[in-house]
Design a protein around this ligand. Sequence first.
Ligand code: 13P
Ligand code: SF4
Length: 320
Amino acid sequence: KEQKQAYSEQITTLLQQHQAVMLAHYYVEPELQDLALASGGMVGDSLEMARFGARHPAQTLLVAGVKFMGETANILSPEKTILMPDMQATCSLDLGCPADEFTAFCNQYPERTVVVYANTSAEVKARADWVVTSSIAIEIVSFLHAQGKKIIWGPDRHLGEYIQNLTGADMVLWQGSCMVHNEFKGQELALMKARYPHAKVLVHPESPSAVVALADVVGSTSQLLQAAINDTADTFIVATDQGILHEMTKQAPAKTFLAAPTAGNGATCKSCAFCPWMAMNGLESCIDALNHQEQHRVQLPAALSQQACLSIRRMLEFSS
Ligand code: 13P
Ligand code: SF4
């Protein structure tokens, strides 16, 4: 604990020295979330991270999250220095949607509007007309559907199915999934719900449809956090990466938060539902990133960045 405290103090000093600000996602380890907040940065969902990074005046951003979050910050602010603690921290959705295969898929449906989830590479975003995050996907697809547009959706099939069911939009889906959320099980969740009949169920829409069907609230990490704070229930079953439980417990200390089951007999699992790539962000790697910036710098080719920027900006302008 003392060692962690010393590392946190060192990072705060380095952030000040480099006039840098830290952005953290809710899935990174609690010490990093607390540090980002305490040092004048932020913790949030992926849309909030994109907005914050683009608007903040700091010249250097330390992004504790996964690759697509660092790339988005670089695309939106090419003049800033974007650092990531671990350059290998990727995402199963990004890995499961190679740009060349996705482009060939899109080319089969030239008349359709291409909408991609933020959890993708810059190359995939460059092929898209729109980028969306889970917090804004329904609004944007509803808007496009109302204009009579047919859609290609990628890469998360569960989120795609959920949006398709809610909006009635005509969508062709890429068949990707998140290896963390895909593990939640509807049958086991039903058993757990029976054991905690007064609990509210909070579900991230990357979860399978059988899990989404049992939800009281479906939403992005920030939307689930808000529901946990505002809902009068005293117990919540949470189907998303367990990193979010840290901020939920901090913001609503009197409430009980239980991780949704990923297997077994409906029992909560302490070590399940942790994103292995988010876990690659650590205190020591933050120090390394600030001390050895060239090895931790996200810098996309300008032409790719400019092309990907169009679809990301469309989302930000829609949501502002
Ligand atoms: P949010 O936009 O809800 O934070 O989701 C990001 C993510 O990677 C979920 O797995
Ligand atoms: Fe990607 Fe899933 Fe990890 Fe989110 S939790 S970063 S979608 S692998």
